[in-house]
Each structure stands twice: as C-alpha cells, then as structure tokens.
Design a protein around this ligand. Structure first.
Ligand code: S3P
Length: 425
C-alpha cells in the first residue's frame, strides 16, 4: 500500500518545523503530499529525496520565512488547513490557494478559531480560498471547543499553539484521527490528552517547544487499502492479502463495518512500528449483508463511505449510513456524488441531508453508467472498483485526481485482475 496520506502531510510539516534532519521512509508520493512539500520549501525548509528516503532539514519552531508567493495546496484540504495553523499565526502575510475543488471547500472552520488567536484574515472569498492571513505580534493561547468532528480543525489549532507562549487547548466531542497528537509528541512537543467518561477529549499543547528532527516510517494508508479490500469482497473467487496497513483505531471503522456485513477479513501479523499499530489484511470474496452503520463510527471511516456504498450495492438488503453530513464538504459533495453514481449504475439508494441508504443487489449490479467524479479521487476509485464486479463496465469522466492519493492505483488493481480501458463514447 502507498503511505498514509495524513501521516505523510504531517511528516513533511513537522520535519520542516523541527530543527535538524528528519528522515521519512514510505512517504506517499501523491500530488497532495508533494504540494505540501513544495509549500514547506517556500517557507525555508530543505527537502530532498535520496534513494528511498525523504530528507527534511527544518527551520526550528518560529523559524519559517515569509513566503514570497501563495502557498498552493492543489486538491488537499489537510495540507491547507494544517498549514494555516502552522504558518498563519506568524507575524507576516501568508497566502493560500488550491484547485477548483479546494477553492470551493469551507475554511471558516479554521479561520474562526485562528481569528480568536489574533490572526487577521486579510483576504478571503466568502470564507473560502484564496485566503491571506497575517498573524499578530502577540498571539494569545485559546481554549477551543470544536463544533465539527474534524482532525483538520483540531490539528490546525494545535499547530498554531506551537508558536504561542503558554498552553493552547482544543476540546473535541468525537475522537478524530490522532496523528497530530502522536507525531508531535514524537518530535518532542509537550501534548497532554485527557479523555472524559463521555468520550470528550481535551488536548493541551505547550507553546514554543524544542522540536528535533526524527525518523518517521509511514505505514500503508487504510483509506487506499479500502479499494482493493472492497474489490476482493465483490469479485467472486478473490483472495487478496494487503500488506503493511495502518490499524490506528481512529481509522478502522470500515474494516469493522465490513466484518459486521459478513466479510471474510483476517487481520494478520499485528505489530507496532513507529508508534502506530499496523497489520496485513487478508480479504476473501464474501456474501455481504446490509447493516446500519452507527453514526458514532463516522469519524473513524469518514473517507471510506464512498467505497462502503459500493460494497453495500453488492450486499443482500439495505445498508443505512446515518450521520454523514461531513461528506458534503469533502473534495466533492460525496453524498450526492455517490448517490448519483449509484443511480447511474442501476443501484437504488436514498440520499438524505445527512444519510445515505443503499439497496443491495445480492451480488448483482447492472453497471453501464458514466460517473461524474467532480475532481474527487475517491469517487473515481470507488466506481472503478464497482466496475470490476458489475454486469456492464463502469466508466468515469476523469481519472487524473487518483494521483492525489493513490498514484499506483491502476497498476496495483491491474495486478489484481482489473482491466482498464478508454470508454468508446
Ligand atoms: C484528515 C482528516 C479528515 C479526512 C482527511 C484527512 C487529516 O478530514 O477526511 O482526508 O489528515 O487530518 P476532516 O478533518 O475534515 O474530517
């Protein structure tokens, strides 16, 4: 599996900020992560690939240089939202932009807490990119109770806290992916986490830490592993082992859900590497049954709903996915993109404001549709996976965005038996 996207972005950012050399192995060389690397270079870090490893020479906390051009994050929400925390609090002007998809996504969720730190929003387009920020000469630590279940928002505030004297606090009601907490601690920051009986987490970050370069091993991305996993479940006769997959409990919601649907999935060689749980996953073709996915599980599988919807289309009975309104503000409005793609391929579904219900075809999906991907890599990949088992081929309008997160998708899936071609019409 290619490296985990969330961890890869953070490895470059934290390496750029820490003093001395960070050496990263297994970095995802997708467009999103490479854009973050370019932005870190504009801020003064030195980044180069030697052999299999990426070497980053960081500037030290507080040491970023004023960028002389906008930081362009392409398609990457994680890149830009974390960078606005990392850099936006500096007492200079920083500008942020991205592609058409990223420029249509809401940034108010990070601008609001940054404003209470004293960051000035000099330019924005109705709360969206392009955005220009200027940090205050005296940033103040805040306590921010985040209204959205979002690791990007949490991480933005935590990173801002690194150059603020004192303790910056983020409170989250839902446990979202904790890579920032774990990795910052690994780089030498003082991060304290308390979890209340109701699951609410309070994260405290001490400002102005002495961060030092580290060795980072990036595990395989479970959000990418989701595609061969579901392909194996729906293509009769499959038996596929996916190696080196991140098993952090904040990322395993899809695996649990598929097992509840009756999927034959074995978790093998469980081990710990670089402070993260990893394992190999063996998946065999299975008769799936529809389930209701608990809404509380959404954060741990937020990027996997599109491909779950594909598995659900082949299951027996309905699969109900409540509490997924956050899908509307991803790289595309994924709730409606998935529903439209399913309908175009003969799958019945109901799209609610914050839920999706998919009527399974007990192993049979007509296919034959052309899917609009809306510059969204996961919409592209999930419907190509559907085409591996549908009665007629499935086509998509654009495959370019796949390179943002899974540049080896086509060769890897071809190795498993997929056939790709250009549609005739
Ligand atoms: C990510 C957090 C999630 C996820 C995204 C990666 C991260 O976004 O969808 O792909 O690395 O922090 P939200 O924080 O908006 O839920």
């Amino acid at each position: 599996m290619p490296g985990d996207k969330s961890i890869s972005h953070r490895a470059l950012m934290f390496g750029a900020m820490a003093l001395g050399e960070t050496v990263v192995s297994g970095l995802l060389e997708g467009e999103d992560v490479l854009a973050t690397g370019r932005a870190m270079t504009q801020l003064g870090a030195k980044i180069e690939k030697r052999g299999e490893h990426w070497h980053i020479n960081g500037v030290g906390v507080g040491g970023f240089l004023e960028p002389d051009a906008p930081l362009d994050f392409g398609n990457a929400g994680t890149g830009v939202r974390l960078a606005m925390g990392l850099v936006g609090t500096y007492d200079f002007v920083s500008r942020y932009t991205g592609d058409a998809s990223l420029c249509s996504r809401p940034m108010g969720r990070v601008l609001n807490p940054l404003k209470s730190i004293g960051v000035e929003v000099l330019e924005h387009n109705d709360g969206k990119l392009p955005i220009a920020l200027r940090g205050p000469s005296m940033p103040v630590p805040i306590t921010y109770h985040t209204p959205v279940a979002s690791a990007q928002v949490k991480s933005c505030i935590m990173l801002a806290g690194l150059i603020i004297p004192g303790i910056t606090t983020v409170i989250e009601d839902v446990f979202t992916r904790d890579h920032t907490e774990k990795m910052l601690t690994g780089f030498g920051a003082n991060v304290q986490v308390k979890t209340a009986a109701n699951g609410q987490r309070t994260i405290e970050v001490e400002g102005l830490p002495d961060l030092r370069g580290q060795e980072v091993q990036v595990p395989g991305d479970p959000s990418s592993a989701a595609f061969p996993m579901v392909a194996a479940l729906i293509v009769p006769g499959s038996d596929v082992t996916i190696e080196n997959v991140l098993m952090n409990p904040t990322r395993t919601g899809l695996l649990i859900t598929l097992q509840e649907m009756g999927a034959d999935i074995e978790v093998l060689n469980e081990r710990v590497s670089g402070g993260e749980d990893i394992a190999d996953i063996r998946v065999k073709y299975s008769d799936l049954k529809g389930v209701t996915v608990p809404a509380e599980r959404a954060a741990s599988m937020i990027d996997e709903y599109p491909v779950l919807a594909v598995a659900a289309a082949f299951a027996e009975g309905a699969t109900h996915m409540p509490g997924i309104d956050e899908l509307r503000v991803k790289e595309s409005d994924r709730l409606s993109a998935v529903a439209d793609g399913l309908k175009a391929n003969g799958v019945e579904c109901i799209e609610g404001e914050d839920f999706l219900t998919v009527e399974g075809g007990s192993g049979k999906v007509a296919g034959g549709g052309r899917v609009k991907t809306h510059l969204d890599h996961r919409i592209a990949m999930c419907f190509l996976v559907m085409g591996m088992a549908s009665q007629k081929d499935v086509s998509i309008d654009d495959s370019n965005m796949i390179a943002t997160s899974f540049p080896t998708f086509t060769p890897e899936m071809t190795r498993l038996g997929a056939e790709f071609g250009r549609p005739n019409n």
